[in-house]
Design a protein. Structure first.
Length: 418
């Protein structure tokens, strides 16, 4: 008989990880809404051309990692590998620029990339992010960075280092690109990926994990920035200092998506390795227009939920996740089961303030009663699932409209009138 397992690069989410993801989602939504970001939910699959055009044909995502398929009509579709392109598509399609000239939106959902699975990285993964559309000023860049940092701090992830860089604009980036081509053309024995990138996307050479040790005195984008981009980047740094947000200027930070302009950043945590980002983003001033909308400057970030939880493992985040106390309803005699079942339902909806009468908190998890189980077996199960209290329904007590409440920690029992 076949034994089925989850496909390579995917994972089942349950137990403490499921609780952690739920709490992360709760914290993130609280922060997003505090900063007036509104949710947009987009489909899990889109026209494949949307990602090819926005992310860039010469990126690893498009060349190697997208899940592509055709529907029954022969249309080329792709499972979304990231959230920004889909959100921008929705923004343009529904003319949200008319409703909200300065739009703040967030998203949460599954993304798909065919890449090598490793710690905290999966082929199907959960991602959340925020996009700030319509504000060309450096304060939007800094607000996005602080937004990401605030979410991470909610999980007690404080050992973060924020790396920033500027990729310039259409005026100054070609100058930088030419300098990179001249520099890397002189290096022998580049890996196959670097040889391909040298022709198609020279900026991506700075992100190579194989050849980086060969690179000495690589040209820096800051040397090529035009006056406007230089002023923008300096203002970003000034505002970060104003709010006491430390950062590191990283000349080799380029990000893996072609739509970025000017500010890019990564938030790295030592909990998952010094070179592994748990959150990243940047400015993309031309993407909305490139996808058919108006010229709307924008900036955003995304974080991988599983990767963030990997960093949270090193903090007391999981220890502080509080769940409802479990109350187990036990029945002493089988013929009382129907009454016990109705009582458990009353307890679930706190009918007639029954929880306060039994000295229970309003928010509880109710388990039981179990049919055809001895009282001893019911107590054994209540102990196994970590029930704090057991409410016992016996015939003699019910005649007097009473129940017995047992504290599973102290083992003390109390007879309470309903």
């Amino acid at each position: 008989m076949a034994i089925y397992k989850a496909p390579r690069g995917t994972h089942d989410i349950y137990g403490r990880i499921a609780l952690g993801l739920e709490k992360l989602d709760e914290y993130a939504r609280t922060v997003f809404k505090k900063h007036n970001f509104k949710e947009i939910k987009t489909p899990m699959f889109e026209d494949a051309a949307l990602f090819t055009r926005s992310i860039g044909e010469a990126t690893d995502i498009v060349e190697k990692e997208m899940y592509l398929f055709q529907d029954k009509k022969g249309r080329n579709l792709a499972l979304r590998p990231e959230g920004t392109a889909s959100l921008v598509r929705a923004y343009i399609e529904h003319r949200l620029d008319m409703e909200e000239p300065v739009g703040k939106f967030f998203y949460c959902g599954d993304m798909f990339r065919y890449e090598r699975p490793q710690a905290g990285r999966y082929r199907q993964f959960l991602q959340m992010g925020a996009e700030y559309l319509g504000n060309p000023n450096p304060n939007a860049d800094v607000e996005i960075i602080l937004l990401a940092k605030e979410i991470l701090s909610k999980l007690n992830i404080t050992d973060v280092v924020i790396h920033i860089n500027s990729l310039g604009c259409d005026k100054c980036r070609p100058v930088f690109r030419q300098k990179l081509v001249e520099y890397f053309s002189s290096i022998q024995d580049l890996c196959d990926d670097c040889k391909r990138r040298l022709e198609k996307n020279p900026l991506r050479l700075l992100d190579c994990k194989i050849d980086s040790r060969k690179f000495q005195n690589v040209p820096a984008m800051q040397q090529c920035l035009c006056q406007e981009c230089n002023e923008h980047f300096n203002k970003v740094q000034q505002l970060l200092k104003t709010v006491d947000c430390s950062y590191v200027i990283d000349d080799k930070l380029v990000r893996g998506l072609d739509y970025y302009t000017r500010t890019v950043f990564e938030v790295r945590s030592s909990a998952v390795g010094s070179h592994d980002a748990i959150c990243a983003g940047g400015r993309y001033d031309n993407l909305v227009k490139e996808l058919g909308g108006q010229q709307i400057p924008s900036v955003g970030f995304a974080l991988g939920s599983e990767r963030v939880l990997l960093a949270a493992e090193k903090t007391n985040f999981f220890d502080n996740i509080k769940t409802n106390d479990i109350v187990f309803v036990a029945v002493a005699d089988e013929f009382l089961f129907d009454k016990a079942f109705a009582f458990a339902n009353d307890l679930l909806i706190n009918k007639n303030n029954i929880c306060s009468k039994l000295n229970l908190p309003e928010k509880i998890t109710v388990e039981g009663p179990l049919y055809n189980k001895s009282l001893k077996a019911q107590f054994k199960l209540a102990d196994k699932i970590g029930a704090k209290k057991v409410v016992i329904l016996g015939n003699d007590e019910l005649v007097k409209n009473q129940v017995v409440v047992k504290d599973m920690q102290t083992q003390q029992q109390e007879l309470i009138s309903l």
